[in-house]
Design a protein around this ligand. Structure first.
Ligand code: GLY
Ligand code: MN
Ligand code: MN
Length: 428
């Protein structure tokens, strides 16, 4: 649970980044049509949620920055019995005023008129530059006299990079659910016949545990499908001799988890699968061990490429000198993605990787980053030893940077060969 005090502190921190005599506006997410009159489940805009903790649509947060002080206003949907009969109760302005530590609460339809008032005599407007153009037009029209515009997302995302204790507790909760889901998948794989059955088992654990949703579409990729990085159709039959790459994580109380495990459909790795798996696992462990404040993500990337390239040469997947292969980027064919990314309110948390001058931002205590090396060997690639063709492996954990090093937040999710094989034989 994030306390109202914490939301207030976050708003203060954003207000500090605003120029004197400015207005900042953040809007709630717009509901998205799925087809005809059905909608996707509503998910709040992450930056708006980070600063408000407000879950409903048709809402806005406005920070009015004076020379030395600032005021915060929340705009919420009007209470309307006829609408609420269909779509549920709204908090409404009166209750919101009691619950949220803001200076005042208004109804959403007052936003334009209030923005006109707030922007009087101001010289800068901050809003989210990725808003729909129709929304931007409304904001610009209401604040006509303010012609200098800046993106509010930048300062919010910088703050989002460092997680508080309360945020880390929620991510840990998300990961405990994701742990149960992956362990269930390991136990059930050999008795199931289709990728989607395994997906259903995983997402059943998410939902029954009170997770709002998956944090991203689950990937359950068996055999050669694992070599399609974002395979999400999950429709194939499971073949007993193959591996299954499962990249799935729940979202709990708006926070993501992001975990990949690669397991044998039969419950037992073949020798060839084991050789590859152990290689990727040892790289993953070595990279995790490097995590500490001031480390650069680009260093982790470089090291993971070196280690994977060495492993590929050792296993006969690439031939020649490691140094030369790295220079030619030959390993990229089989390890084409990044070593990891920030994670938080979004699975790919939108926190910046570079500062305003384009300099890489080093790791700092409180950041959460995934580590996810992989190797992808297409079935049709005749350049690689036959025994390895059609195998794709990724192993992914979620790591917190601490003052002295790191904490693997997903440490409880098993990944050793012997543990996975044993788990597949344990009854539920
Ligand atoms: N699940 C998406 C990723 O690992 O980045
Ligand atoms: Mn990831
Ligand atoms: Mn992932």
């Amino acid at each position: 649970m994030i306390s109202q005090k914490e939301y207030k502190r976050r708003r203060l921190n954003v207000a500090k980044t605003l120029k004197a005599n400015s207005v900042a506006v953040l809007l709630s997410a717009t509901p998205k049509t799925r087809s005809n009159d059905t909608e996707y489940p509503y998910r709040q805009n992450s930056n708006f949620y980070y600063l408000s903790g407000f879950k409903e649509d048709n809402a806005a947060l406005v920070i009015v920055r004076e020379l030395r002080t600032y005021k915060v206003y929340l705009f919420v949907a009007k209470k309307d019995e006829a609408v609420e009969l269909w779509t549920g109760k709204r908090v409404g302005a009166k209750k919101a005023k009691e619950q949220f530590l803001v200076d005042d609460v208004y109804e959403y339809q007052e936003l334009e008129a209030k923005l006109k008032e707030f922007s009087e005599g101001k010289n800068q407007l901050y809003y989210d530059f990725s808003l729909e153009s129709s929304e931007v037009d409304v904001l610009k029209k209401a604040t006509k006299n303010v012609t200098t515009h800046s993106d509010i997302s930048t300062s919010v995302q910088l703050l989002r990079a460092i997680k508080s204790e309360a945020e880390i507790a929620i991510i840990k909760k998300a990961l405990s659910i994701t742990q149960e889901a992956h362990h269930t998948a390991m136990q059930k794989a050999k008795s199931l016949h289709y990728e989607y059955e395994l997906q259903a088992e995983i997402e059943y654990v998410f939902k029954k545990s009170g997770a709002y949703s998956d944090a991203y579409t689950s990937i359950v990729a068996s055999a050669n499908a694992a070599n399609t990085l974002h395979y999400v159709s999950n429709t194939q039959a499971l073949q007993k001799e193959s591996l299954i790459l499962i990249d799935a994580g729940c979202e709990y109380a708006y926070y993501a988890s992001d975990i990949t495990r690669t397991i044998p459909a039969s419950g037992k790795f073949t020798e060839a699968q084991k050789e590859l798996y152990e290689m990727v696992l040892s790289v993953e462990k070595k990279i995790i061990k490097m995590i500490e404040p001031n480390m650069l993500r680009s260093e982790l990337q470089k090291k993971s490429e070196e280690l994977l390239c060495e492993g590929m040469v050792r296993l006969g997947i690439l031939k020649g000198s490691v140094k030369k292969l790295l220079k030619e980027k030959a390993h990229k064919k089989y390890y084409p993605h990044g070593i990891g990314h920030w994670m938080g309110l979004d699975v790919h948390d939108e926190c910046p990787y570079k500062d305003a001058k384009g300099k890489e931002i080093p790791l700092k205590a409180g950041m959460v980053m995934t580590i996810e090396p992989g190797i992808y060997l297409d079935a049709a690639d005749e350049k690689i030893p036959k025994k390895y063709r059609g195998i794709g492996i990724r192993i992914e954990d979620d790591i917190l940077v601490t003052k002295n090093g790191y904490e693997n937040l997903s440490e409880g999710i098993i990944k050793e060969v012997a543990q996975i094989e044993q788990m597949s034989h344990s009854s539920l």
